[in-house]
Design a protein around this ligand. Sequence first.
Ligand code: PGA
Length: 262
Amino acid sequence: MRVIIKNDSNDCSTWVAGYIAYSIKKAKPSAKKPFVLGLPTGSTPLGVYKELIKLYQNKKISFEHVVTFNMDEYVGLSPEDKNSYHYFMHENFFKFININPKNIYILNGLTKDYAKECEDYEKAIKAYGGIDLMLGGIGSDGHIAFNEPFSSFASRTRIKTLAPSTIKDNSRFFDNDISKVPTQALTIGIGTIMDSKEVIIMATGENKAEAIRATIEEPINHKCPASILQTHRYGIIVCDEGAIKKLSSPTIQYFKGTENRL
Ligand code: PGA
């Protein structure tokens, strides 16, 4: 795995946006063979979306032939709900770029048939030949998408009950009221993430330091879902100085030294 260490979240965002732009351009996407991008919500990727919008406005990148699959959506929230991930994506990213609305895939949290919704999502990803680049954040408990600790490493898109720690972390978006946070979400699985050709996990701030330590330095364990990234052929973790606070000095020296030589 590659670990990129940057000073702060702004530098992380610039690096990740640059990497996404480079990957899209390198693929030379077309209507027949679009670039397939997996996308997260939450606080961490906001800076990446801002940078990508700038790159688009400066004509450095086009999303004409990009297809996106979002990682997850809360159960029970409509796309118009300000806390839904449909709303988040539209307001923070999609409305500013030239993506074709038909190329945007987000799970429907209002579906009456969760199993079918999730199965159709997996089929749609497959129909495009899989996800080229998956971007994700990480929960303070090590979750990726809404795959909470002890999720199966083989899991596919499905309904999940959120861990109490995730509900507490996310209550900041719901007037700090835990009772307002949905308790379930539809989420792509760990298997879905691992099938992506490349995976970037971003972590910023000290509250992610323990999850990053477990992901990078502990043996693979379902207690920390992100640790499965150790087995991905093209896994990249991008973190700031806060998120590496619990890594050992030799680990930090190794990755800083390696990346500086590139
Ligand atoms: P955050 O969430 O970016 O809001 O910290 C990350 C996650 O839960 O995956």
